[in-house]
Ligand binder design. Structure first.
Ligand code: TXA
Ligand code: MG
Length: 323
């Protein structure tokens, strides 16, 4: 099927209230019409996602914000202008029109304008925002290629193949608290758009307000952020060095693997942008390569704010940490 036929089939399914998997620049999403309750219910059912974990709403134009957000502050407008379309989700008080199923009963909704041309094309065609969590079973690694989605749902979900995702990790999620004197940005989930980028965009806008940007790890504001998430199909171990034979034996015992089981290193590109792009596909490749476990080295040169976003995912994906 050509990409054009896939896009038109996706539009047809979405307008009938079905769900389809679509590429975004971050990871593939499992999309459904935000104004169709059956579609939203289907997203949760297909993913086995608990109802307490809210979905992100995707839009294609700035005008659509007013349907979803109660008010849009100056700082939110600055961030949207600076980073949309792109990998930033802004959590903001919602309108009545947003079904509480989407927001897991919260009074706020996460909004993002994705950059991927296929997703944007479909949004414009349908003229409705689409809710889309990552297209994986709850708690598992996000898909960054159409083949990942197909294996995740055993071909039961229609996928538009838009190629490999270029960002590779999920969007940065922020909540903004703005008063007459100050702007406080809380990073609920770190991503490719990092602390310094958010701060610089706000400073460059000369709002004449005190600006604070902070990381809010594992906040109750971000209910989806359970300690274990993004889990690959085989154990991932964070190690400070290549495990010795003795350490490998301990790991085999802990997971009840046969002795001398094969394992591999999860290699990461020294450039954090490329490391993020390839992270989940490498995790999936190793998971299906016949080895029993994999390890990733937490070395000093893998530090800096983009690396922190990558470590945020690896920390949750890991089953064990060793020296
Ligand atoms: O890059 C992405 O964000 C991808 C693509 C498909 O857009 N989507 C994605 O969705 O990663 P999901 O559902 O896997 O992760 C969204 C996270 C949720 O875990 C949730 O905690 C947080 O965003 N979130 C959504 N709405 C929220 C809200 N109203 N308040 C706090 N956190 C929210
Ligand atoms: Mg997810």
């Amino acid at each position: 099927m050509s990409l054009w036929s896939e896009i038109s089939k996706a539009c047809q399914l979405l307008s009938q209230g079905d769900v389809v998997a679509l590429p975004t620049e971050t990871v593939y999403g499992l999309a459904g019409n935000v104004f169709n309750e059956a579609a939203i219910e289907k997203i949760f059912a297909v993913k086995d996602r608990p109802s307490f974990d809210p979905l992100i709403v995707h839009i294609s134009s700035f005008e659509e914000v007013s349907k979803l957000a109660q008010k849009w502050g100056q700082a939110e407008a600055v961030l949207a202008k600076a980073f949309w379309p792109g990998p930033l989700t802004i959590v903001t008080p919602k309108t009545q029109q947003v079904n509480p199923l989407i927001t897991a009963g919260l009074e706020s909704v996460g909004i993002r304008m994705p950059a991927h041309p296929v997703f944007r094309r479909i949004l414009r065609e349908l003229k409705t925002p689409l809710a889309a969590p990552s297209a994986n079973k709850f708690g598992r690694t996000s898909p960054t290629a159409a083949t990942h989605v197909k294996s995740e749902f055993s071909n039961s979900v229609f996928v538009v193949d838009g190629g490999d995702c270029q960002v590779g990790i999920e969007s940065t999620v922020v909540a903004v608290h703005e008063t007459a004197q100050s702007v406080e940005v809380k990073i609920l989930r770190p991503g490719m758009i990092a602390h310094s980028h958010l701060k610089r965009a706000l400073e460059d806008a000369h709002l004449k307000k005190l600006i604070r940007v902070s990381n809010v790890e594992a906040s109750p504001l971000a209910p989806g952020h359970t300690d274990t998430h993004y889990q690959p199909a085989i154990p991932l171990i964070i190690a400070h060095r290549t495990p010795s034979q003795e350490t490998a034996t301990q790991i085999e015992k802990k997971f009840s693997f046969p002795s001398l089981s094969r394992y591999s290193e999860l290699n990461l590109n020294p450039d954090p942008r490329l490391a993020a792009r390839d992270l989940y596909s490498e995790m999936r490749r190793l998971s299906t390569s016949g080895i029993k476990w994999m390890f990733v080295r937490k070395s000093n040169d893998r530090s800096g704010e983009v690396w922190e976003s990558i470590w945020n995912r690896l920390d949750r994906a890991a089953s064990m940490r060793i020296d």
